[in-house]
Design a protein around this ligand. Structure first.
Ligand SMILES: NC(=O)c1ccc[n+]([C@@H]2O[C@H](COP(=O)([O-])OP(=O)(O)OC[C@H]3O[C@@H](n4cnc5c(N)ncnc54)[C@H](O)[C@@H]3O)[C@@H](O)[C@H]2O)c1
Ligand SMILES: [Zn+2]
Length: 407
């Protein structure tokens, strides 16, 4: 335990500006809290989701400390915490959840109603997600710690894999899950950023027959190709036509790992509905679309007024058309699948529903998601890393930070 009352944290200053500042060190505020030292080797990470805030494309206020992918060593414990000990290595879902509301009881921890008054869902260091400072700092307060902190084996093994349990590995897995995917099916993943690569990797672990990954960044497409996906460069022709011609027809499932900041084939003009439109076209009737890609109710930087208010235009008629005749699809395994046609599902990932199992796949050597990490830095390198990551320069795919390294 340290006696210092301040710590370093990376704060948002305004669009395209972040700065390492001295802030108050977090204290235990409730008997169920722990304080985790985000330090020595365990890492925090920079995520594509932070970029939306970094670019001024959300309602994030200056002073917010980013960092929702947190891992570290338990440093201080509230007296109500029973399952953790000082020195335990832990990783936290990016969702903050209380474990006791109706949604938590049903495993939907991304929609916890007990941690962010007036809103279903809380997260560390994220706009509108409650008063929880992010972990791009030396210490982080973890509320409802018995529920939120996932224990990891002590030591240093698998660190770069485990940090991905906070967000992108479960989120990629979730994208596949909510598409209704079943082993043997084909799937198209839009976006080969960390989330898209993790979705494609999850589909591969889960026995997909054919996996198509769409992006335009060569390093990202190459990373997907390495584990057997078919890379689709959307600047080289309509991605839907490319997939259909390769697959000999539409795919069973699709995943949106891009979100509202998707660009058209020029690479420079944003088109918020382009991924959803492509998914409706490329996914077969009675298939499924999983949409972990982010859409926001308010986007100050949107190209038009409708998107600025989170209104995305969709070919709903086409979606409806592909949703008909589903009773004829006899291979469906349960009643819900039998009754629905082309379906879509979206929202934040309930990380807690998956992290334990994905952790065990890592420990057992069945999964090694850290292939996605391109850069490891100290906090002092973060300001530059944000700039480069934002432009996706030098193959910046996923950056992990060692907050103590840079001090
Ligand atoms: N639902 C959740 O819980 C959750 C969790 C984490 C991230 N996210 C969201 O998932 C999305 C992806 O995250 P990331 O970290 O991988 O982001 P990222 O920005 O690193 O990756 C997005 C990729 O999409 C590509 N892209 C842009 N336009 C495209 C198009 N028209 N077709 C195909 N690809 C296109 C970009 O080139 C980029 O490589 C973001 O919206 C992020 O906010 C959601
Ligand atoms: Zn809850």
């Amino acid at each position: 335990m340290t006696t210092a009352t301040t710590m370093k944290a990376l704060n948002y200053i305004g669009p395209y500006q972040v700065r390492v500042e001295d802030v108050e060190r977090p204290k235990l505020e409730h008997p169920d809290d722990v304080i985790v030292k985000v330090t020595t080797k365990p890492e925090a990470a920079i995520c594509g989701s932070d970029l939306h805030m970094y670019e001024g494309r959300t309602a994030a206020e200056p002073g917010i400390t980013f960092g929702h992918e947190n891992m570290g060593i338990v440093d201080e414990l509230g007296e109500g915490v029973t399952s953790l000990k000082k020195g335990d290595r832990v990783v936290m879902p990016f969702n903050v959840a209380d474990g006791r509301c109706r949604n938590c009881e049903e495993g939907k921890t991304a929609f916890c109603t007990g941690v962010n008054p007036g809103f279903a869902g809380g997260a560390y260091g994220y706009v509108a997600m409650g008063p929880y400072r992010g972990g791009q700092a030396q210490y982080i307060r973890v509320p409802f710690a018995d529920f939120n902190a996932l224990k990891l084996p002590r030591g240093k093994e698998h660190e770069a894999d485990f940090v991905l349990l906070a967000d992108i590995f479960p989120t990629g897995w979730h994208g596949v899950e909510i598409s209704g995917f079943r082993s043997g099916e084909s799937i198209a993943v839009f976006g080969a950023g960390p989330v898209g690569l993790m979705a494609a990797y999850s589909a591969s672990l889960r026995g997909a027959s054919n996996i198509y990954v769409v992006d335009r960044v060569p390093e990202r497409l190459a990373a997907a190709q390495k584990f057997g996906c078919v890379p689709i460069d959307f600047t080289k022709g309509d991605p839907v036509d490319q997939i259909i011609s390769h697959n000999g027809g539409e795919v069973d499932r699709s995943v949106d790992a891009v979100g509202y900041q998707a660009v058209d084939s020029s690479g420079s003009s944003e088109k918020a509905n382009i991924i959803l439109e492509n998914m409706i076209r490329v996914t077969r009737a009675c298939g499924g679309m999983g949409i972990p890609g982010l859409y926001v109710p308010s986007d100050p930087g949107a190209a038009d007024k409708a998107s600025a208010n989170g209104m995305i235009s969709l070919s709903f008629g086409k979606l409806f058309e592909k949703a008909s005749g589903s009773l004829l699809y006899l291979e469906a395994v349960n009643l819900a699948n039998l009754l629905q046609g082309l379906s879509l599902s979206t929202g934040q990932c309930n990380v807690k529903a998956y992290d334990r199992y994905l952790r065990d796949m890592i420990i057992a050597g069945k999964a090694k998601p850290s292939f996605v990490i391109s850069h490891e830095i100290g906090l002092d390198g973060v300001v530059v890393a944000y700039e480069k990551f934002d432009k996706r320069e030098d193959g910046y795919t996923k950056v992990i930070i060692h907050p103590n390294g840079g001090f």
